[in-house]
Write a protein that binds this ligand. Structure first.
Ligand code: KIV
Ligand code: NA
Length: 265
C-alpha cells in the first residue's frame, strides 16, 4: 500500500475516524510500528530523554535528529514520517526554520516537520507551508520551553484557555496540517478539536482529540522510573529486556551458552 499522506489524515477527521501516532528513533521501532498499522511516526526530540540520556529536549541538535530521521525513513515505506525541529533551529525566524526543515527532508527523508509554539511561530509555519513543506504544530505544554513555562505543567487552564484557542487558530490559519496538544484540560482540547478543521493530536489532552500520540519507550514500559500521568504502559519491555540480559549473562557464566546448536564443527 502507498504512503500515508497529509490529506488522508484530513479525511479521517471528516469521517470521525481516530488514529494513533507514536515516536520512533531507530529501525526496530519504525518497522514494528509500521507493521502495527500506526499511520504517523514522529522522530521526536523526546529522543533527548529516551535515547540520548539528556534530562530534557533542549540539548538535542539537528544532527542528532537527522541521524534518527534517516534510520526511520530507511526502515518504513507506508507510515508518514514527521521530524521535530529541535530547540534553537527555527525560533529566530522563518528562514532559519526553512533551512532546518529542508535538511530534515532532503538529507533525512522526512515527509513533514513539527515545531513548538502557536501565535509566535505562525510566520515560520506560513513560510514552510508556502514552500510545500507540511507542518505539524505543537501547542499547550511545549517541552522545549520548559524553563520559561516553569516546569511540567498543564497549560490552558482558566484564563489560559483563551491563549490555547488563539494558538490553535493561529497555527491552522498559518497552514499547519495538524496540531499536537500536550497537557491540556480534556474539555479545552475537545473544544479546540471541534473548532478546528485540521486534526488535533492529544498527549495528556483527553479523549476528544482526533488522534493520540505517546512516546514509545513510555507506552511500552521501556523507560525506568516514573512516567507522566497521561502515559498508559502497554508492555513491560524494560523488565523483559532485563530478564533476557540477566539470563544470557548467567548462562555464559555457568557455561550453558553457547550450546552445540550454536557452535560450528
Ligand atoms: O518529541 C516528542 O516525542 C513529541 C511528542 C510528545 C508529541 O514532541
Ligand atoms: Na518533541
Amino acid at each position: 500500500t502507498a504512503r500515508v499522506r497529509v490529506h488522508h489524515l484530513q479525511q479521517a477527521k471528516e469521517r470521525g475516524e481516530k488514529w494513533a501516532m507514536l515516536t520512533a528513533y531507530d529501525t526496530y521501532a519504525a518497522a514494528v510500528f509500521e507493521e502495527a498499522g500506526i499511520p504517523v511516526l514522529l522522530v521526536g526530540d523526546s529522543a533527548g530523554n529516551v535515547v540520548l540520556g539528556h534530562t530534557s529536549t533542549v540539548p538535542v541538535t539537528v544532527e542528532d535528529l537527522l541521524l534518527m530521521t534517516k534510520a526511520v525513513t530507511r526502515s518504513t515505506k507506508r507510515s508518514l514520517i514527521v521530524a521535530d525541529l529541535p530547540f534553537g533551529s527555527y525560533e529566530s525566524g522563518p528562514q532559519q526554520a526553512f533551512d532546518t526543515a529542508v535538511r530534515l527532508m532532503k538529507e533525512g527523508g522526512a515527509q513533514a516537520v513539527k515545531l513548538e509554539g502557536g501565535v509566535r511561530v505562525a510566520p515560520q509555519i506560513r513560510l514552510l507551508t508556502e514552500a510545500g513543506i507540511p507542518v505539524m504544530a505543537h501547542i499547550g505544554f511545549t517541552p522545549q520551553s520548559e524553563h520559561a513555562l516553569g516546569g511540567f505543567r498543564v497549560q490552558g487552564r482558566g484564563a489560559g484557555a483563551e491563549q490555547l484557542l488563539a494558538d490553535a487558530h493561529a497555527v491552522q490559519d498559518a497552514g499547519a496540517f495538524a496540531v499536537v496538544m500536550e497537557m491540556v484540560p480534556a474539555e479545552v482540547a475537545g473544544q479546540v478539536t471541534k473548532e478546528l478543521s485540521i486534526p488535533t493530536i492529544g498527549i495528556g489532552a483527553g479523549p476528544d482529540c482526533d488522534a493520540q500520540v505517546l512516546v514509545w519507550p513510555d507506552m511500552a514500559g521501556m523507560t525506568s522510573g516514573r512516567v507522566p500521568k497521561f502515559v498508559k504502559k502497554y508492555a513491560d519491555l524494560r523488565g523483559e529486556l532485563l530478564r533476557a540480559a540477566q539470563e544470557y549473562a548467567a548462562e555464559v557464566r555457568e557455561g550453558s551458552f553457547p550450546g552445540p546448536e550454536h557452535s560450528f564443527e
